[in-house]
Design a protein around this ligand. Structure first.
Ligand SMILES: C[S@@+](CC[C@H](N)C(=O)[O-])C[C@H]1O[C@@H](n2cnc3c(N)ncnc32)[C@H](O)[C@@H]1O
Ligand code: SF4
Length: 392
């Protein structure tokens, strides 16, 4: 996965910074916007695509946000046409994130015809009261209807985003959402324990003492998730990601993955390069990390002047980058094969991080196999803490 200078980049992320309304927990960069601003963004994005096209042959594409499905048919047509013209459309996996309030059959068909072959649907919960509690713009009914429309439009690879440990959510309510979600028959589940991000309404409510965090309940919900997902035929391949399918991918990098895993995210977790376009996006290209400013107007202005809206740019020291790569990759159930890690980073886990691996083994959170290091089920539950140990 370590790219040579001549080899084009194989992964593209596009950030679409618009949402109908801000959810109470969300700190991703996005805001409500006018149609005119969205048109301007689309034009700027196409300029960026033109800039990177020569150095990009995408195997995976991910349009995230924000709410990419908020763009209207005409705006999507412009993007899809530009992707086609620039020969960027033929990715193995092309995902678009959708909010259930914004999926019409026409839009789903347009995306499918344009080469998009995977949808990530932000369901979060099938409990009407919890959807309200989170400030979601859609109802449970809309989530079911959107899923049907996606199938009708020909999408056979659909992910559902679900959240747990939501304030007020009972174990029973989580069980009910899991039962309804697994019954839908999606190919993938991405689950998220609520994170209290600063500058969100939910965080302010927590600070004001309106509710308390119940760690024990969150653990019970995670256990329930593991059980229900397995019983429904999903395989866990990352801390909180589950996929169907048994076909093995040919590359050794993904040998132990279910076939419906999100290949785009696997590239992140394995330390691969990617271009990130759109306001607030990060790129990691041949050892250099570039971050764009979280300001859509500035993003458009700069691109209209032929400039890039770069907020920061750094070349990470090789050991620091290797530490990050170790931390990310350990989120995967397959852990890090020693050889592959060395190929990607130039470092040997067994030399550089022997003490940390042994510490995790002693705590029952890690496991050293002949060819790899991986976290145990208990280690995966506390993957963030384990990951900290590897940072340099
Ligand atoms: C960037 S959002 C985009 C999805 C889409 N805009 C939607 O919400 O319908 C991706 C996912 O991140 C999760 N997420 C966002 N903020 C979170 C938070 N503070 N805690 C836990 N999960 C969060 C949600 O599950 C969401 O579906
Ligand atoms: S969770 Fe999705 S819809 Fe809600 S504010 Fe964040 S990006 Fe927008």
């Amino acid at each position: 996965m370590a790219e040579s200078v001549a080899e084009p980049i194989a992964s593209l992320y596009v950030h679409v910074p618009f949402c109908a309304r801000k959810c109470l927990y969300c700190a991703f960069y996005s805001e409500p916007s006018t149609g005119e601003e969205m048109d301007r963004y689309v034009a700027a994005l196409i300029r960026e695509l033109e800039r990177v096209a020569a150095d990009l042959r995408p195997r995976t594409i991910f349009f995230g946000g924000g709410t990419p499905s908020l763009l209207n048919l005409r705006q999507w047509e412009r993007i899809l046409r530009a992707m086609e013209r620039l020969r960027l459309s033929g990715a193995t996996e092309w995902t678009v994130e959708c909010n259930p309030a914004t999926v019409s059959l026409d839009k789903a068909r347009l995306l499918r015809a344009g080469g998009v072959n995977r949808i990530s649907l932000g369901v979060q919960s099938f409990d009407e009261a919890l959807l309200d509690r989170l400030g979601r713009v859609h109802s449970r009914q809309m989530a079911f209807e959107s899923f049907d429309r996606l199938r009708q439009a020909g999408f056979d690879n659909v992910n559902l985003d679900l959240m747990f440990a939501i304030p007020g959510q009972t174990l029973e309510a989580w069980r009910a959402t899991l039962a309804e979600a697994t019954a839908l028959g999606s190919e993938h589940l991405a689950t998220y324990e609520v994170i209290y991000e600063e500058d969100t309404v939910l965080y302010a409510q927590l600070q004001a003492g309106e509710f308390a965090v119940d760690e024990e309940l969150a653990c019970a919900m995670y256990e329930e998730l593991l059980e229900r997902a397995a019983a429904a035929g999903f395989r866990q391949y990352e801390v909180a990601n589950f996929a169907r399918g048994t076909t093995l991918h040919p590359q050794p990098a993904t040998l132990t993955l279910p076939s419906r895993s999100c290949l785009h995210n696997v590239n992140y977790w394995r330390g691969g390069s990617f271009f990130g376009l759109g306001p607030s996006a990060t790129s990691y290209v041949r050892g250099v990390r570039t971050k764009y400013s979280s300001n859509t107007q500035l993003y458009c202005e700069q691109l209209e002047r032929g400039q890039r809206p770069v907020e920061s740019r750094e070349r990470l020291a090789p050991l620091a980058r290797a530490g990050e790569t170790a931390a990310f990759g350990l989120r995967m159930v397959a852990g890090w094969p020693f050889e592959q890690f060395q190929e990607v980073t130039g470092y040997d886990l067994r030399h550089e991080w022997a003490a940390e691996m042994n510490q995790l083994v002693e705590q029952g959170r890690g496991c050293i196999l002949p060819d790899r290091f991986q976290l145990t089920q208990q280690g995966l539950r506390f993957a963030d803490a384990a990951a900290q140990l590897f940072l340099r």
